[in-house]
Write a protein that binds this ligand. Sequence first.
Ligand code: ZN
Length: 212
Amino acid sequence: MNYKDEDKRIDNSSGYERIDNFDEEKTEKLTELYREILLTLGEDVNREGLFKTPLRVAKSMQYLIHGYNTEPAEIIRSAMFKEEYSQMVLVKDIEIYSLCEHHMIPFIGKAHVAYIPNGYITGLSKIARVVEAFARRLQVQERLTVQIRDCIQETLNPLGVAVVIEAKHMCMIMRGIQKQNSVTTTSAFTGAFLRETKTREEFIHLIGQKLH
Ligand SMILES: [Zn+2]
């Protein structure tokens, strides 16, 4: 199979693809560059533990930003269902593993996403898929929050969308000011969540509740 065609292919029925094979040319080039980086850092690239590291990093970096090969809006459009339900739909505690674009160091945390349907709902797993599709890129938490909100608003056209992300940034924890326990919270709202304090408060109350 020609790997390059495979690499760029997006499954249009679902809008996302699994990456478990890698662009050969890109992998080769990255391996070379990571080897160069290790050398520049003063490492012995021929010692046992490091010998295959450039190749491993080349593959893992491609995996960590595989969200660029996804079409988040398609993920939702592939599973939209007409439904009269018009109360808040909330998906809590969606795990986030992203890379801060300033340091290329992970930030990890949780996203809470809610919407109020306006004739259409989507599969619950699709919400988590959308979060994943945007998180697996070079990101800042602020933009990630807004992209998730806008994607859901523009596809489902609900009465409102709410997104809250809480994350720990390894670039703050491991380097620089070394604030070990700081958590960054970002939020973005549309529609009813913006206009109606009560609706927003209900959302905030629900994401704070422990039901399990
Ligand atoms: Zn950073």
